[in-house]
Design a protein around this ligand. Sequence first.
Ligand SMILES: C[S@@+](CC[C@H](N)C(=O)[O-])C[C@H]1O[C@@H](n2cnc3c(N)ncnc32)[C@H](O)[C@@H]1O
Length: 216
Amino acid sequence: MMMLDTSTLAAQLRQPHGEAALAVADSMNRSNGALNRAAISLLAVAAGERILEIGPGNAAFAPLLLHADDSHYLGIELSAAMVEAGNQRLASAGLADRATMRLGDAHALPVADEAMDAALAVNTLYFWPSLAPVLDELARVLRTGGRLCLAFGDAAFVRSLPFAADFHLHELEAVEQALRVSGFRVSAWRSHRETATGNDGQARDKHFHLLLAQRR
Ligand SMILES: C[S@@+](CC[C@H](N)C(=O)[O-])C[C@H]1O[C@@H](n2cnc3c(N)ncnc32)[C@H](O)[C@@H]1O
């Protein structure tokens, strides 16, 4: 990661913006690549599915979600810079006919009821003070039986990150419980650990959880 002070880095991770936005996206893609791949593998997209991603940054991993025949992708981003960069990336990859990024907020998704088969959010729930409004929205836009994969840092690990002082920490059990309350059945949990360089450029042991849930 380029040298940013901790509060600037935190603000960029929350919503990449301005001149630094593209470099921040590149850095997130490097730091978060293995976790995104693990989440995509757990979600196991099938042919023809409609996939929603919340907070994908510049959609670097969307092509991996779109390997299934005739699948469709919508990325919802709070950051206008990421929407623009993501749509450029999808067009360059020849995916513009079945993949798009749109400006929006996970708390009020610009998506019709039951319009999605699968949804994914990696490293985004730190920016949600309360999980219920977002999980209710995801439950609304997923069809019955639709899958949701959440990938997020273990609360103790995230607490140790100097730039995460203002992040909202959600314990694994609290996320599972919030999923149930919003109408999901939790069907799988994976622990993801790696020793790697974080978004602040420091090497450390990283610990994440992946949850897979089905819309009841
Ligand atoms: C830390 S980045 C993670 C990006 C990517 N998912 C990854 O794993 O590298 C968080 C992203 O979520 C977006 N974001 C934050 N809050 C959001 C919200 N309420 N709705 C939609 N996107 C949001 C930010 O703009 C940012 O691009």
